[in-house]
Design a binder for this molecule. Structure first.
Ligand SMILES: [Zn+2]
Length: 349
């Protein structure tokens, strides 16, 4: 690993292997690059072998328990002799964040500042090293700003894609319409109920006349019946019996009239029509209530869809702050994410 200044964009790069190396920022190929010189001179030449072992393990990408313990031992052994070498701490930083290269550090979005190994690397770094480390911190901050702006656009477009705005407007219209209809129905119902009460009074006064006639006939019959029958003559008795028969006929006829009245008189017909109307309006109000319940369910679904999208994007933002760009990459697409990273690398000075 060595620091190389790009001849094209003049920014410093960590080069891990001389072959096929290119600038992290402008992608210019580094040709005729000499392999990195051994890190240690006499009397610490023996540490170069350990550094070679560390580099091999880092570039293998293995991060299992055994590898990590081996790396930890190797770092301790090197630092025991040389505790102030910046590039050793940079290697330790790469291991601590599970990366092989600076490019991976950038793409993963790992937290750089605050990492103990990074801070030590910076503290012991020369001008070029400090510049290289500082550039990565700036790139990360730039990527985060680009991601935040992109996430706002993406979240908005996903929410628009649910058609929620149109659905909400439709919901408001339907709700207002149902509300207006229900109010009209209630007004209609009140009118019907008022007419029913008036009609009831008419009906009872008409029926009252017939009932009065029936009562009168009944009273007459009782009067005839109560006469002292033992003191009456045979002729009288026959006469009363025929009077009773006549009264019974009258009473039957009145009763029939009352029955007919209920089925044919316009007041009774109006009354039963009004009762039917009353039932129909009540049924309509109930059906509108059903419509309102259905509207409520559909609006709850829209609200829940929007909330899911908000939650998803908030979790992406939290992951970014916690040092993980992978969720943002999934949400924005791999192509868009890579384009933003390249843009940040180009722009940072
Ligand atoms: Zn460059």
């Amino acid at each position: 690993m060595k620091i190389v200044r790009c001849t094209s964009c003049h920014r410093v790069n960590h080069v891990f292997s001389a072959s096929n190396a290119k600038c992290l920022f402008c992608e210019e190929s580094f040709s005729n690059l000499t392999p990195p010189a051994p890190l240690f001179d006499i009397p610490y030449l023996f540490l170069n072998e350990k550094i070679g072992e560390i580099d091999g393990l880092i570039s293998s990408g293995k991060r299992d328990g055994v590898t990590l313990r081996t790396l930890s031992r190797l770092f301790d052994e090197v630092l025991e002799w040389q505790p102030q070498i910046s590039s050793v701490f940079w290697r330790r930083f790469l291991v601590s964040v599970g990366c092989k290269t600076d490019q991976e550090v950038i793409n993963k979005g790992v937290l750089i500042e605050g990492n103990a190994a990074y801070e030590a690397a910076f503290r012991h770094g020369n001008e070029d090293e400090k510049e290289a480390y500082g550039l990565l911190v700036k790139v990360r901050a730039r990527i985060i700003r680009l991601l935040e702006a992109e996430l706002i656009k993406s979240e908005k477009s996903k929410k628009i894609g649910t058609d929620a705005e149109k659905k909400l407007a439709d919901f408001k219209n339907q709700l207002a319409n149902e509300e207006r209809q229900v109010l009209e129905d209630i007004k209609k119902l009140k009118g019907i109920e008022r007419t029913i009460r008036e009609q009831e009074m008419d009906c009872s006064s008409i029926a009252g006349e017939y009932k009065h006639a029936l009562d009168k006939t009944l009273q007459e019959a009782k009067h005839i019946w109560r006469s002292p029958q033992n003191e009456i003559s045979y002729e009288d008795k026959t006469n009363w019996e025929s009077q009773l028969d006549a009264l019974q006929r009258v009473s039957n006829a009145e009763f029939e009239k009352l029955k007919q009245l209920e089925s044919s008189h316009h007041a009774f017909a109006d009354y039963s029509r009004l009762v039917d109307e009353q039932k129909a309006v009540c049924a309509e109000i109930n059906s509108r209530k059903g419509n309102l319940d259905r509207l409520k369910t559909s609006i709850e679904q829209i609200v829940s869809t929007i909330k899911d999208i908000t939650d998803e994007y908030n979790s992406v933002r939290e992951a970014i702050c916690a040092g993980d760009f992978s969720k943002a990459e999934r949400v924005l697409s791999n192509t868009r994410f890579e384009a933003l990273v390249k843009q940040a690398l180009r722009e940072v000075k």
